[in-house]
Design a binder for this molecule. Structure first.
Ligand SMILES: Cc1cc2nc3c(=O)[nH]c(=O)nc-3n(C[C@H](O)[C@H](O)[C@H](O)COP(=O)(O)OP(=O)(O)OC[C@H]3O[C@@H](n4cnc5c(N)ncnc54)[C@H](O)[C@@H]3O)c2cc1C
Length: 386
């Protein structure tokens, strides 16, 4: 019988490249399923998870033509309470998952008409949401502008502070024996068509039975051999963090209009997001982006003007052509992918992590994960985990 460090010297069962919500989530769930796991994360300012608003909002994100994504979102949102509870118990830290509900509002006739059509789609799809007149919206959220003309409430939607989430995921993973370390993978080790680990910038080689690439916006980059590289690009998002005085939160629920959302945290922090731009790996915060976010947030919830402005950041959403993630084995034996979660990585973390852990440990893979397999972009991308 080998101890964990002895087994690791010979190579872990699983090497995870990337320590965002997806990499750490998969590592933790795989370790819970009995695997010996190691995570290597490059750190830096590129971790989208750190800037995310943390909404778990399957209704608000539902769009025409994105059925596979919606099925995964609904399944994952349903898994969130259990995921948060197990995380809290493994990490021995509070996990601030909060089912605060959301209110999506129209601020003029056109916006409200567009929202009404979306709400009809929600009804067709059986999603939990109810239509409200403008005055009813304001009764629920008195901080809303008097210009609000209608909207829908989605009471099941939730939020989580993603920085607290990252700390908890790391603690839970470590409590389950996962080794988490800093380092940048610069080359995958591939021998006879099989991935056996990765080489780090330091020159060190880490070996493992299976390797999971969870590199966020870098998953479409050159670390992966061209034949298994998924079509992922960075989509920039600027986001603001503000703080309300105790007892003076501008809203109780997530408030979303056509161009902005306002997410209140239990801590008193308020997140306002987010712009969407195709600008490569540009992480600069622009005056125009901040202006647009503040203007639109003020238009919906005028009280945001009273909040203390704490931070302006930009992050990179890892985005595929169909806005749906890639999760599963590749044509290189032993190499799996988990990424491309676009605006939904926090929401989709439980279903992604459970799908990866089940595929690795022979458990039951959630049915909705079949539509996330990399092979939908090109048959050459896909393989088996063997
Ligand atoms: C402004 C904004 C708001 C958002 N709001 C929400 C929201 O409300 N709800 C929601 O569900 N989603 C939201 N998202 C999306 C969500 O943040 C992402 O989908 C999710 O964080 C992606 O997680 P990830 O682990 O794949 O990537 P990341 O969090 O980016 O982590 C990837 C990690 O891989 C590391 N890495 C990269 N290359 C290497 C390498 N060669 N070797 C080792 N490590 C490497 C990086 O350093 C990084 O730490 C938002 C995103 C943005 C930008």
């Amino acid at each position: 019988m080998h101890t964990m460090p002895e087994r690791r010297a010979a190579g872990a069962d699983l090497l995870v490249l990337g320590g965002g919500v997806i990499g750490l989530g998969c590592a933790w769930r795989a370790a819970r399923a009995g695997l010996d796991v190691r995570v290597v994360d490059a750190g830096g300012t590129e971790r989208a998870t750190e800037v995310a608003a943390g909404m778990i909002a399957p209704v608000g994100e539902a769009l025409w033509g994105e059925e596979a994504l919606l099925a995964a979102a609904v399944e994952s949102a349903a898994r969130w309470p259990g995921f948060a509870g197990e995380l809290e118990s493994d990490a021995e830290l509070p996990v601030p998952y909060r089912r605060c509900g959301s209110l999506h509002v129209g601020l003029d006739r056109d916006e409200t008409a567009g929202l009404r059509r979306l709400h009809d789609l929600h009804s067709e799809l059986g999603l939990e949401a109810r239509w409200l007149r403008g005055s009813e919206c304001r009764r629920l959220e008195p901080g809303l502008t008097t210009a609000v003309t209608g909207g829908y409430e989605a009471p099941g939607e939730a939020e989580i502070d993603t920085r607290v989430l990252l700390v908890a995921l790391r603690a839970a993973a470590e409590a389950r024996g996962v080794e988490v370390r800093e380092g940048r993978a610069v080359e995958l080790l591939v021998e006879d068509g099989r991935c056996t680990g990765a080489r780090l910038e330091s020159g060190e080689e880490l070996h493992a039975e299976r390797t999971l690439a969870a590199l966020g916006a870098r998953l479409g980059g050159e670390l992966l051999p061209a034949e298994v590289r998924p079509p992922i690009r960075p989509v920039k998002g600027e986001v603001l963090r503000l703080r309300a005085r105790p007892g003076e939160a501008p809203c109780e629920r997530i408030i979303a209009s056509e161009r902005v959302y306002v997410v209140p945290r239990a801590s008193g922090d308020v997140v306002i997001g987010a712009t969407m731009e195709d600008r490569g790996f540009d992480l600069r915060v622009t005056a125009g982006g901040v202006h647009e976010l503040l203007r639109e947030a003020y238009r919906a919830v005028p009280e945001v003007a009273e909040l203390e402005l704490l931070e302006c950041r930009a992050g990179l959403r890892p985005t595929t052509p169909d806005n749906t993630p890639v999760v599963g084995a590749t044509a290189i034996e032993g190499l799996m992918l988990a990424g491309g979660h676009h605006r939904h990585g926090i929401m989709l973390a439980p279903v992604t992590a459970d799908a990866v852990a089940a595929e690795l440990s022979g458990g039951e893979v959630p049915a909705c994960a079949a539509a996330l397999r990399p092979g939908r972009f090109a048959a050459r991308l896909e393989g088996t985990t063997a």
